[in-house]
Design a protein. Structure first.
Length: 363
């Protein structure tokens, strides 16, 4: 009998946020047996395999595919590492690892833009943001779409499964390839800021520094604010001593949250301490602390949409891709901004007849 791949069983359990006890409750398999399966000391029979597959939401074939390495905690830029429960971190890391599986598959079938993310570990965040804008030819203009911008410069962007909502977003590298995984259950403005924040980690905290801790988070926030709301452009808008009406009217220019703009104005000395506190209080009263009333649409992936379009033209369906990855389509969909129509069933060939070349055009 073929041996179960223990690393995949562990990943599947963590992906669902389950302890061994929870998995026992869901399957009726003893904790002792489950532990033995994960340690490779015992092989599950056919019935227990079906129980594990049903409880964990993975095809049986997933548990017999090649070994799979974990993404190390220290390689990921979690927002509040010490405050994030271990099972939330493990679930998010496992979800990220599924995204990496898809990313590896995409690399086998498509030519995407080479990574163009500078590493500036000794640069202050504001200067680093200016340098990225200059390198990418952005000038001082507002950024129309952050996800498209990242993808155009070789950053692979995936969505974080909804069950991992306790984690905001994270970024890491797969070899030389930068990856960003975003929680897309937030407002469109927050997703844009999260995208810029994770770019800040990639630029400032690559292999030279662990991307954790309050200092790293503050630096990534400063980078994001400076990238999305460049100093000269903000100064040109005459927002000195801005009221909340001015903030709400101008935030649409940079497609940012009202609170984020208020903080940027304070950072640039356009709002006094008192003015900033007053703006935050008034914005909170109108619901802008926890949400973004009348906000912008959520951004999504341009690359993944083009990939699915190219696959369809080759007669390859999302089901075929999912089977290649030993996943269910529903699981795959959680990592691709739910771009797959839920009614899709069946498929034709499992691999494309030729390798398409994908070229991105910046907005």
């Amino acid at each position: 009998m073929e041996a179960l791949t223990t690393s995949r069983l562990v990943l599947a359990r963590r992906r669902r946020g389950m302890s061994l006890v929870k998995l026992h409750e869901a399957t009726g398999i003893s904790v002792r047996s489950l532990s033995a399966y994960e340690n490779g000391h015992q092989q599950p029979g056919d019935e227990n395999l079906r129980l594990l597959s049903r409880a964990l939401g993975f095809p049986v074939s997933f548990f017999f595919a090649a070994e799979i390495d974990e993404i190390p905690v220290e390689a990921i830029s979690f927002r509040a590492l010490s405050k994030t429960p271990a099972y939330h971190r493990d679930a998010a890391r496992s979800a990220g690892r599924i995204a990496v599986l898809l990313n590896d598959w995409i690399n086998e079938h498509f030519r995407l833009p080479d990574p163009d993310v500078p590493h500036l570990p000794k640069t202050d965040p504001d200067t680093a943001a200016e340098m990225v804008r200059a390198r990418w030819g952005l000038g001082q203009a507002p950024i129309p779409n952050m996800i498209h911008l990242l993808e155009a410069h070789g950053v692979r962007v995936y969505s974080l499964a909804a069950e991992c909502a306790a984690v905001d977003a994270f970024s890491t590298y797969r070899g030389d390839c930068p990856l960003v995984v975003l929680n897309v259950g937030k407002s469109g403005e927050r997703i844009r800021f999260d995208s810029a924040h994770e770019l800040g980690h990639l630029v400032l905290h690559s292999e030279h520094r662990e991307p954790h801790g309050p200092d790293a988070e503050q630096e990534a926030n400063r980078f994001a604010a400076a990238l999305l709301m460049p100093r000269d452009d903000v100064m040109a808008q005459r927002l000195h001593a801005a009221t909340i009406d001015h903030i709400l009217a101008r935030k649409v220019r940079w497609r940012v949250a009202a609170m984020a703009l208020a903080h940027r104005l304070h950072e640039l000395d356009l709002l006094t301490d008192w003015g900033y506190r007053s703006a935050c209080v008034n914005l909170s009263r109108q619901g802008y602390r926890s949400s973004e009333p009348n906000g912008i649409p959520r951004e999504t992936s341009q690359v993944l949409a083009k990939i699915f379009q190219a696959m369809r033209s080759e007669g390859v369906t999302p089901n075929d891709i999912a089977r290649d990855l030993d996943l269910h389509v529903a699981e795959l969909n959680k990592h691709v901004f739910t771009l797959i129509p839920t009614a899709i069933e069946g498929g034709m060939s499992r691999t494309p007849r030729r390798r398409p070349a994908l070229t991105l055009i910046e907005d």
